[in-house]
Ligand binder design. Structure first.
Ligand code: MLT
Length: 245
């Protein structure tokens, strides 16, 4: 197994695909997707384009759909929800499809959607992602951070490091064999330094600060909790993620 970390969709190669791609947007898209599926959503359908989301979701029965839209951290007018994982309650999600478009996370999913296996990873479901990879043993694994509009995000790289760290100890593959690029080693180092104070790290992160200005303190707390949900979002068809059973 070889791991590669790419900090943003823009840094992700476009001329090849891995056996398994893991899209990461800790704050907050992949945390929200994992939470929605855990709460009973039938599927989550991700769009980078808001207009396309509206078009496709219009064809879905109104009582069976929810539309979530976020730009700049805030809810998009006309949507049922923004991008807070805390809104994904079982009462709301049960049996419904969540159509979601966010600033960066849904673009990260889109940039790897041609891979044979696509997963959505976050701190809250880190262990479920790691277990899947250790069991399936894909040859090449890409951990793709969402960043913010093309620039680096601390929290996504820390989560990539958390996944890589667990794969390193769980696979017994030496680091120099496992790491496909330097970013893997840097991500593990970042996670190792902050693993006991992830919430503090989120407070230093530029998107963490943006969300704090929008009063999303509880979201940050929730997103910083490792391994609280045993749920693995996996792509069933391009852009459509379901709970792996
Ligand atoms: C994104 O896709 O950039 C994020 O999920 C933004 C957010 O925190 O809602």
């Amino acid at each position: 197994m070889k791991l590669f970390v790419y900090h943003t969709p823009e840094l992700t190669p476009t001329d090849s695909v891995p056996d398994c791609a893991i899209a990461i947007d800790v704050l907050r898209a992949t945390t929200t997707i994992a939470t929605a599926l855990h709460a009973g959503a039938e599927a989550v359908q991700a769009f980078s384009d808001m207009e396309k989301l509206m078009q496709v979701s219009e064809e879905w029965p109104a009582e069976k759909r929810l539309r979530a839209g976020e730009r700049g951290g805030a809810k998009v007018a006309g949507c049922d929800l923004g991008n807070s994982p805390l809104d994904c309650t079982p009462e709301l999600m049960q049996g419904r499809r969540l159509f979601i478009s966010t600033t960066n996370g849904t673009r990260a999913l889109q940039c790897v959607q041609a891979a044979p296996t696509v997963l959505a990873g976050a701190f809250i479901n880190r262990q479920a992602v790691v277990q899947y990879v250790l069991t399936q043993k894909p040859e090449t694994v890409w951990l793709v951070g969402s960043g913010w509009e093309g620039s680096y995000s601390l929290e996504d790289t820390a989560c990539a490091g958390a996944i890589a760290h667990s794969l390193l100890s769980g696979s017994n593959i030496p680091l120099d064999e496992l790491a496909g690029n330097d970013e893997v080693i840097a991500a593990i180092a970042l996670f190792s330094q902050w693993q006991d104070k992830l919430l503090d790290l989120f407070h230093y992160a530029s998107h963490g600060k943006r969300l704090l200005r929008l009063n999303c303190h509880e979201d940050l707390k929730y997103c910083s909790k490792p391994d609280i949900l045993d749920v693995l979002p996996i792509q069933r068809e391009p852009g459509v993620l379901v709970k792996n059973s």
